[in-house]
Design a binder for this molecule. Structure first.
Ligand SMILES: [Zn+2]
Ligand SMILES: [Zn+2]
Length: 263
């Protein structure tokens, strides 16, 4: 009984409730972004494939034979041994043992991934991607824009967490054309990515009202982006849920035998 009282006190703590509700907010944000992300990642892949077709005058883009460690990019390092695309950990830096794609596509997709990366210098994350699937699987290309490990086995937006989805829009120039928001590091996408880390890594598991409201407001702003998200049914539903989270007075479900504690 003493434990139950203790739990009850904990659950009554408004700052603890804010923390729990902010986690719920992230769930709704992901729900709101998921279908949109799948769709835009597919469009990005089509865009890359078309660019490769134009570049090498191909009618089909198919390979499945190349691996990252041995892939020779389309570009070569310049005479100062620098990557002309400004990419630090680039295959052009280690030309020994590299092979050109036998189908003339993977090196071009490699270049495309770097050119489309928005950080300065461009820094695609290569640890989650499988080059052999680049021609056929849009998410294998997209995962190069999620700069965190742990996504290697993920193959669609439903399998990717909120952080991963936010990373896509923060790092991919193509995906940024699908939102009005300008990624500056202080925008709602970047702020929400930081908020997610703050929520997940919180040692106190408590959150002030001001902070909580700000986090949820930023999540709503992401889903109300004026270009497309604003009018999509899944974002509209998610925004409704987020508004409810803001005002919902979280309280534990009453269970038989515990009524006297929960009043
Ligand atoms: Zn390079
Ligand atoms: Zn290839």
């Amino acid at each position: 009984m003493a434990e139950q009282f203790h739990h009850q006190q904990q659950l009554k703590n408004p700052k603890y409730r804010n923390w729990v509700k902010s986690g719920l907010g992230l769930k709704y944000l992901k729900d709101g972004l998921q279908i949109f992300s799948d769709e835009k990642v597919k469009q990005q892949h089509d865009d890359f494939v078309n660019a490769v077709k134009r570049k090498h005058n191909l009618t089909t883009v198919n390979c499945g034979q190349c691996i990252l460690q041995k892939l020779q990019p389309d570009h070569v390092r310049n005479k100062n041994k620098q990557c002309p695309l400004g990419c630090k950990d680039c295959n052009c830096q280690y030309p020994g043992g590299k092979n050109a794609c036998p189908n003339n596509v993977c090196g071009a997709i490699y270049d495309q991934i770097i050119l489309n990366h928005d950080s300065n210098p461009p820094a695609p994350f290569w640890k989650n991607t499988c080059v052999q699937k680049w021609c056929t699987d849009e998410w294998e290309v997209a995962k190069c824009y999620i700069n965190a490990p742990g996504y290697a086995s993920k193959s669609n937006a439903s399998e990717i967490d909120c952080t991963g989805l936010l990373h896509l829009f923060i790092n991919s120039k193509f995906l940024q054309t699908k939102v009005v928001c300008k990624i500056t590091g202080h925008d709602v996408f970047s702020k929400t990515r930081s908020a997610r880390n703050a929520i997940f890594h919180s040692t106190s598991m408590e959150m002030d009202d001001i902070e909580f409201i700000q986090y949820i407001d930023d999540m709503i702003a992401v889903l109300e982006d004026g270009k497309e998200l604003l009018n999509r049914p899944e974002s509209i539903t998610a925004v409704e849920m987020l508004h409810e989270v803001l005002t919902f007075n979280l309280f534990v479900l009453k269970r038989k035998g515990m009524r006297k504690f929960f009043g």
